[in-house]
Design a protein around this ligand. Structure first.
Ligand SMILES: [Zn+2]
Length: 484
């Protein structure tokens, strides 16, 4: 008892005194140290917080893809997604949250059907291409003329395909950077026009994708003089194989295609805008973009719900810092990225609307970037040419290096569809390149659903975006270069 009593009276004393001293020392240290914490240290803290899963990307994405689901441009779902996002951004503490509406011609998939008639009756897994007109109610029936590439179809003599259905069989090549997409997507955009010129009654292509599932990949086709000349369809990869084998066996496949697609003229879409207001130069902007619309077959999880989740989560981490960056970090969730329009410029209606509405601000947009290639890991960073030699580039790469992100030696080739019009107006762009090996297995198909999103690479994306956006916003770097 005396011992314990003695302990009781003695032991707390040496504990209390150092604890008080320590607290006082920490407070003094914090007060003294707060202004000198380097931007790089803050960037590392943002990176580590995001990597540890302390970010809202997955919950944002789960809610968007579950509460709203698919978000075709101009649809009630797309508008509901914008209203949900704006309310959520306000609740998260973003400033200047608002919706900017713009007119579009929307497109609605009806019911659709494909079947093989010769050499035997077989179902075909087809999806109408976005913006393609309906068939007559009874469908369009014809022998299939197979072309290896779009260029081969374009070389077919005018009128030579009368009564037939043109089919481009080109396959997309799987690559890390998604470079296989460009060469084959041209057939999706320009195929109906080439088929119509050759006299065909409909157009088909092998889905622009890298999977072997029996799911077609939709996607927009292009207007020619304000209209899409022919009903156009994507075939699933196994169905495309089937047509090619039938031809190799010496027979001409004959198919029937039906679509009740329709247009909604006088529809509207919208961009959602939200700011983390800068503390020093709030009139200067670092613009982060992604698109809120999606195709209708899946729930738009990878394309591009993931992009919206990544940039919102990154900006939210910056928003919650004790010290705001010097410049404003602006998030724009673009509408109507996926669909073509009958009037010029014919694409990126959301991107052009933003650039038009904010023309006066664009000279004060210091840097922009877009996340629109799914949720797999980022492996490299491309900065504007003017930033390549700045200490900024070295700092950014030091912070991103532990994430497995290396420097691209060339400035961005294509900043992205949504920020494209802003970049064309002279705003410097960066690209965080993502691993696209798996992306085109899923892209624009019914498989684009939340279960395909993995949390670890999603967190890696948020870590990179948060760190880079912070560094750019808290700097005074002129990414335009000395000629500004
Ligand atoms: Zn996209």
């Amino acid at each position: 008892m005396p011992r314990s009593s003695a302990k009781g009276s003695i032991v707390p004393r040496p504990f209390h005194a150092p604890a008080l001293l320590l607290t006082a020392a920490l407070l003094a240290l914090r007060a003294a140290a707060a202004p000198v914490v380097s931007p790089e240290t803050v960037a590392v803290q943002l990176r580590e917080a995001a990597l540890a899963g302390h970010n809202i990307a997955y919950s944002w994405l789960a809610e968007l893809t579950t509460r709203v689901g698919p978000r075709p441009a101009g649809s009630a779902n797309e508008q509901a997604a914008a209203e949900w996002a704006a309310a959520r951004l306000k609740a998260l503490g973003f400033e200047n949250v608002h919706i900017e509406t713009f007119p579009i011609t929307a497109w609605v998939r009806g019911s659709e059907h494909g079947e093989l008639l010769v050499p035997s009756h077989q179902p075909l897994a087809v999806a109408a291409l976005g913006e393609s007109p309906p068939t007559p109610a009874a469908g369009i029936e014809g022998d299939v003329a197979i072309f290896a590439t779009l260029a081969d179809l374009q070389a077919a003599p005018a009128g030579s395909l009368s009564g037939r259905i043109a089919f481009v069989a080109a396959r997309m090549v799987r690559t890390q950077d998604g470079a296989g997409y460009g060469p084959v997507v041209a057939a999706r955009i320009d195929g109906p026009q080439a088929a119509a010129r050759a006299g065909a009654s409909a157009f088909m292509l092998r889905s622009v994708g890298t999977d072997s599932h029996r799911l077609p990949h939709t996607g927009t086709t292009g207007y020619t003089d304000g209209r899409v000349p022919l009903p156009a369809f994507a075939l699933s990869a196994p169905d495309a194989d089937q047509l090619e084998r039938i031809a190799a066996f010496g027979q001409t496949p004959r198919v029937r295609l039906t679509s009740s697609a329709s247009y909604v003229r006088g529809a509207h879409s919208q961009n959602v805008i939200a700011d983390v207001r800068g503390s020093g130069k709030p009139e200067e902007f670092v613009l982060l973009g992604a698109h809120l619309d999606s195709w209708d077959l899946g729930t738009g999880a990878l394309d591009d719900g993931a992009g919206t989740a990544i940039i919102v989560a990154a900006a939210k981490l910056i928003r919650d810092l004790p010290h705001k960056p010097r410049r404003t970090v602006r998030v724009v969730l673009f509408g109507s990225e996926e669909i073509a329009q009958p009037t010029p410029p014919g694409h990126a209606a959301g991107g052009f609307s933003y650039a038009e509405n904010h023309r006066a601000e664009l000279p004060r947009h210091v840097l922009t970037g877009e996340s629109d290639l799914g949720a797999d890991r980022i492996y490299s960073l491309a900065l504007p040419a003017a930033a390549g030699k700045e200490p900024f580039a070295a700092t950014a790469l030091r912070v991103l290096g532990p994430l497995g992100i290396l420097a691209e030696h060339e400035p961005p080739r294509d900043p992205g569809t949504d920020v494209g019009p802003t970049a064309e107006a002279g705003v410097p762009a960066f690209v965080l390149y993502q691993d696209a090996n798996r992306y085109f297995d899923i892209h624009h198909s019914a498989d684009d659903t939340l279960d395909k999103v993995e949390r670890t690479p999603l967190d890696q994306n948020v870590a990179a975006w948060a760190a880079l956006a912070w560094l750019a916003a808290d700097s005074e770097v002129n990414f335009r270069g000395a000629s500004r």
